[in-house]
Write a protein that binds this ligand. Structure first.
Ligand code: ZN
Length: 257
């Protein structure tokens, strides 16, 4: 498997997931069609499927156009039929999706949207997380609450450390700047911020991350961390010690960061 990150729109990533053996590829989140067709041509592969993570325009805006241009299966949450354009294959957690010889498993991770799916290629230890898990961040809670996002993130956090994380936006520097305000003593955050800043200055993507890296740098996976809790409790003196409240307050702070 080869994964080609393709920057689209303002700060989105679509991905071309290539099965080199069969020379076919899936697009993860088709926001724009031309850049994906160009990437496929560059790789010498045929796009046969689209895996849609969720119904927001900057992730599915190209579905109708690509379906009109080339024969593709379009996968997405079966419950989002009607919200994911040109859906041909509604899927649920537990299903399998074949991309040539590659196998993806949808993981239901609601909260950013109620039907948000991540796509996990277990054998290749790679997960496509859309707008649920970002490098050092998580999506806004448009259709869910803190408890639901915590349980969605817990599913991703249960994957092995070495799992590569391909997320839907290039938000890494800003996310790490926020994380550093909550954990100024966390060296992993400071080091990754320096690295990510250098990558962006060179015009390079900061994806993929790994689940292991997220465990040490992502405030939304670090609700139990003492320094983070104290930072949150300092800002919200009435908040108490409940994990969900700490998480919710972290999310609210980030909304305004
Ligand atoms: Zn979104």
């Amino acid at each position: 498997m080869r994964v080609v990150p393709v920057p689209v729109l303002h700060d989105n990533y679509s991905y071309l997931v290539v099965d080199e053996t069969e020379a076919v590829a899936a697009v993860v989140d088709c926001a724009e069609v031309e850049p994906m067709l160009a990437a496929a041509q560059q790789e010498g592969v045929t796009i046969t499927s689209v895996l849609s993570t969720h119904h927001h325009y900057d992730h599915i805006g190209g579905n109708d156009e690509i379906a009109g241009k080339i024969p593709v299966r379009i996968y997405g949450n079966a419950d989002d039929d009607g919200r994911i354009p040109s859906l041909t294959d509604g899927v649920r957690e537990g299903d399998t999706i074949h991309v040539g010889g590659l196998i993806a498993r949808p993981i239901l991770v609601p909260a950013h949207t109620s039907g948000h799916m991540a796509y996990y290629f277990e054998e290749q230890r790679s997960v496509f997380t859309g707008d649920t898990l970002f490098a050092a961040g998580c999506g806004r809670l448009f259709e869910g609450d803190p408890a639901q996002m915590m349980s969605s993130l817990a599913k991703l956090n249960a994957l092995p450390d070495s799992t590569k994380v391909y997320c839907g936006h290039e938000y890494t520097v800003k996310n790490l700047e926020f994380a550093a305000t909550l954990e100024p003593k966390n060296k992993a955050i400071a080091d990754k911020l320096a690295w990510a800043g250098a990558r962006r200055r060179d015009g390079q993507p900061t994806v993929p991350s790994t689940i292991g890296s997220e465990r040490t740098t992502n405030p939304f996976l670090r609700t139990r961390n003492q320094e983070l809790r104290e930072s949150i409790q300092e800002r919200f003196p009435d908040i108490g010690d409940d994990d969900e409240d700490i998480f919710g307050a972290t999310r609210r702070l980030k909304d305004d960061f």
